[in-house]
Write a protein that binds this ligand. Structure first.
Ligand SMILES: Nc1nc2c(ncn2[C@@H]2O[C@H](COP(=O)(O)OP(=O)(O)OP(=O)(O)O)[C@@H](O)[C@H]2O)c(=O)[nH]1
Ligand SMILES: [Mg+2]
Length: 346
């Protein structure tokens, strides 16, 4: 993840502890050892793979003399670098402010004082921390309003779509190959080897073939979405609720996973839990085990045994993609049932 933020990691250490220390999160001795090693390697930043409070971050910075970033802060930074569209930018900014709000306290304690000015500083008696909180809350409510507006636009677009065309969403762990599958199905999409390359939901039409009876072309609408990750900050899940609304209203889900990852089963658990959190626990879904070109044949057989209903694909060669198309075809409502004519029609 650090590399995804254009940081160069020089080392990593796992700290084991029976209990969390309120002040520093980690043990004091543990931190000192890590900081010594980090300094020896010429590192300037300490990234902690946990969610820490603002107070803990500052205490660690004080204790080690290094800058410190927690897991949520790092993920937010990646999202900030990636956000392109107005909606993605607003969502990420909202998540950033929600993250900062409870952390404002203390950052300003050294400045906390009574100010009696006018304007942004508020009325007499408002402390700096109160001003900061008020400005943050104001910005949060502006962003929420903007996102609600964009949500309405999205809803209108969705309603304008033909009900006969099934809508499916690609979901899954980040970097699994969702965009690559979108490209294999629709010819559009730009896969990239990076975490959270996709932040925006894009919808494209996939051609599934022609109806053998009516010879009419058959399609599905496929949406690409932001990837999930272990401990995805809840601020981000909340902020991305509107783009992920596409997932909630989809007819079915294509759950894409990187079959070559040693953490496949863990990734699937994270995806299952995140979908539940989004209220999509019950959606029809097809498991797409992608990147099987990087997997040995015995492992593929084992995967077949563990996940008998999954489709095994390679998005690059489009191996297995026809099986996805077949599954999508089954979602299309059948030919309209002949209607009994009413008296006046006969
Ligand atoms: N070898 C191999 N590489 C693949 C396959 N599918 C995708 N990739 C590569 O995996 C990387 C990630 O692919 P994406 O399609 O961007 O993944 P994603 O799930 O959309 O990722 P995010 O949008 O970042 O969450 C790219 O470098 C792809 O070229 C596959 O079947 N085989
Ligand atoms: Mg993508």
């Amino acid at each position: 993840m650090a590399r995804a933020c254009e940081l160069l990691p020089v080392g990593r250490q796992r700290l084991r502890r029976a209990t969390v220390e309120a002040r520093l999160f980690y043990g004091k001795g543990q931190l000192e050892l890590v900081a010594d090693e980090a300094r020896r390697q010429g590192a300037r930043l300490l990234i902690c793979d946990n969610e820490l409070s603002g107070g803990q971050i500052r205490n660690i910075e004080k204790a080690t003399g290094m800058d410190c970033l927690d897991r949520t802060g790092l993920i937010l930074s990646i999202f900030e670098q990636r956000a392109q569209t107005r909606e993605a930018k607003a969502q990420v900014e909202l998540a950033r402010y929600e993250y900062e709000l409870p952390r404002l306290k203390g950052a300003w304690t050294h400045l906390e004082r009574q100010v009696g000015g006018v304007g942004v500083r508020g009325g007499a008696g408002e402390t700096q921390i109160e001003v900061d909180r008020r400005m943050t809350r104001l910005r949060i409510s502006q962003l929420k309003k903007e996102l609600e507006h964009l949500q309405r636009v999205r809803d209108t677009q969705r309603q304008g779509r033909s009900p006969k065309i099934p809508r499916v969403c690609l979901v899954g762990y980040t970097n699994a190959g969702k965009t690559s599958i979108l490209k294999a199905l629709t010819g559009e999409g730009e896969p990239q080897d990076m975490l959270f390359a996709t932040l925006d939901t894009t919808t494209r039409k996939a051609w599934l073939g022609v109806d053998p009876e009516t010879l009419e072309p058959r399609h599905a609408l496929v949406s690409d979405t932001v990837g999930f990750i272990r401990l995805l900050p809840h601020q981000l899940v909340a902020a991305f609720r509107s783009t992920l609304g596409e997932v909630r209203t989809a007819d079915a889900l294509l759950v894409v996973a990187d079959a070559s990852s040693p953490e496949l089963e863990d990734h699937l658990k994270v995806v299952g839990a995140t979908l539940k959190e989004l209220g999509c626990g019950e959606h029809a879904r097809l498991l797409v085990l992608n990147q099987t070109d990087k997997v040995t044949r015995p492992r593929r057989l084992e995967l077949k045994r563990v996940h008998p209903d999954a489709v095994q694909t390679c998005a690059l060669t489009r191996d297995g993609v026809d099986a996805i198309r077949q599954w999508l075809l089954d979602l299309i409502p059948g030919a309209p049932v002949p209607r009994v004519l009413e008296n006046w029609e006969v």
